[in-house]
Ligand binder design. Structure first.
Ligand code: GRF
Length: 192
């Protein structure tokens, strides 16, 4: 089977998008990126994507008064480039149930904790506060519940004595960049 048509959704730095894009450059990687779409006009990841020669789109949240209108614009952009699967990579919007149904079983996300621990924000600070011995990251299928949905893969990362939320985040981010391309490839192999 040829490369699946993958869209990556970002809102910021885009380092996971870059990890996916670099993996997808390999001829035998099972996806090619057909669109990098951002909900924020100034997202740094847009520049990275352009440098990598990837098509980009901005769907500014502020142009869309309702979630339904935002998600309809996003679906139109995704459909126009023949998207088959969607990778969320630091995408800071909650998607509507209608959007998730439209792309049922075809959206994956990376989250910086060992889910089901610490859905939502400030995951590293919460792991430190709880005295956990390890943090980590999770790739999962997106369902209507935030940071929930079937887990595809996880990597645990040790927490060290003098870690701050920032040092832990940096260590977990390195693990994210290794995990996401691998987990996505395995997921794509299961798609009809
Ligand atoms: C990552 O830690 C990811 O797990 C979380 O948001 C962060 C995005 O970073 N969902 P980047 O934009 O991929 O650099």
């Amino acid at each position: 089977m040829g490369k699946r048509r993958l869209a990556v959704l970002i809102s910021g730095r885009g380092s996971n998008m870059e990890a996916l894009a670099r993996a997808a450059q390999a001829p035998d990687y099972p996806a090619g990126i057909v669109l990098v779409a951002s909900s924020k006009a100034g997202a740094a990841g847009l520049e990275t994507a352009a440098t990598l020669g990837l098509p980009t789109a901005v769907i500014p949240a502020r142009d869309h008064p309702t979630r339904d209108s935002f998600d309809a614009a996003l679906t139109a952009a995704l459909e126009s480039c023949g998207t088959e699967a969607i990778a969320l990579a630091g995408f800071m919007r909650i998607l509507t149930p209608g959007f998730i149904r439209r792309w049922q079983g075809r959206i994956v996300n990376i989250h910086p904790s060992l889910l089901p621990k610490y859905p939502g924000l400030d995951t590293h600070a919460r792991a430190l506060e709880a005295g956990d011995a390890q943090g980590g990251c999770t790739v999962h299928i997106v369902t209507e519940t935030l940071d929930d949905g079937p887990i595809l893969a996880q990597t645990a990362v040790p927490i060290r004595a003098h870690d701050t939320a920032e040092t832990l985040a940096a260590r977990v981010l390195e693990a994210e960049h290794r995990l996401y391309p691998q987990a996505l490839a395995a997921f794509l192999a299961t798609l009809p």
